[in-house]
Design a protein around this ligand. Structure first.
Ligand code: NCD
Length: 296
């Protein structure tokens, strides 16, 4: 495995291997120098808190150095440098590149000119594979398996890359998926076709209350207003603790974060809220990814 551009770059057994490795890292509290002397470049052309800081934390916990930028206005992109030129330069400074970019397809374009491993840290509304890895890790940690779970996605499923990537992954593990969103925010045709093409059972609903009782996981994601066409203003009523009154006791509520109004703060006190464990799992999972791409 050279790059992680899409969750589909990893076969199911490779996903399991990364998650097993992350579980060992988490339980043993790994810190060390095993990747000392290596450098990760974090190139963020779009805002980020979790992805950038957890990759930096993961790299440093393995002894790596970290370089990069978090605002393209401070890089030569502001002078008109192309993405591929930037990548060709940075690959001479670093052993691995994590790229976040507002344009779908940017990670594949960058990987085309990168001689070092490239990780897609989110490109447009398309994919966010390392988010998916720690989403899967969190699901497996709770249920002990990835197979055959009933997962509802609620929120912006058209422009939200975290939900897209996770749906693509879960459809390979025999999940039953329910897309819960108003018509404007239902997933793009190609995502629906890809998921169905893998034999996953799918359904749609408009409101979580319609389907909550039959779910193992409710994956909530925020309205991605920065990617909406100008006239769009769909409503996403919040998931509240009161709403969860109708949900099964073993439901796992996940959210890639950041949250806005689609998930009420009162859910945090509910034992079914799993999103802060989920975000904490980002570090061991990203450590496992760095090991996988750089070991040897
Ligand atoms: C997500 C993203 O950037 O796609 N954030 C993250 O990495 N956890 C989710 C989002 O912005 O809604």
């Amino acid at each position: 495995m050279k790059n992680i551009l899409s969750i589909d770059d990893l076969a199911n057994d490779e996903i399991s291997a990364v998650l097993d490795n992350a579980a060992r890292i988490k339980s043993e509290g790994v810190r060390g120098t095993e990747l000392a002397g290596r450098i990760a470049a974090l190139l963020f052309f779009e805002p980020s808190t979790r992805t950038r800081l957890s990759f930096a934390s993961a790299a440093q916990r393995l002894g790596m150095g970290v370089i990069g930028f978090d605002d393209p206005a401070t890089s030569s992109a502001a002078k008109g440098e192309s993405l591929t030129d930037t990548i060709q330069v940075v690959q001479t400074y670093a052993d691995l590149i994590v790229l976040r970019h507002p344009r779908a397809g940017a990670a594949h374009e960058a990987a085309g000119v990168a001689a070092v491993p490239l990780v897609n840290g989110g490109d447009g509304g398309r994919e966010h594979p390392t988010q998916t890895l720690y989403d899967l890790f969190t699901v497996r940690e709770r249920f002990g398996r990835l197979d055959g779970l009933r997962v509802g996605f609620y929120g912006d499923l058209r422009f939200g890359r975290a939900a897209n990537s996770l749906a693509l992954a879960l459809s390979r593990f025999g999940a039953e998926l329910t897309w819960i969103a108003p018509a404007d925010l239902q997933p793009a045709e190609e995502v629906v076709a890809a998921v169905r093409g893998r034999g996953a059972a799918t359904a749609t609903a408009e409101r979580p209350a319609e389907v909550l009782s039959g779910l193992d996981v409710l994956y909530v994601s925020r309205p991605q207003r920065e990617r909406w066409p100008a006239a769009m203003a769909p409503e996403l009523p919040p998931v509240t603790r009161e709403l969860l009154g109708r949900a099964p006791e073993q439901l796992l509520v996940l959210h890639p974060l950041p949250r806005t109004d689609e998930l009420a703060v009162d859910v945090d006190a509910d034992p079914r809220a799993g999103y802060f464990q989920q975000v904490a799992n980002g570090v061991p999972v990203r450590m496992a990814v760095l090991r996988q791409l750089l070991a040897g």
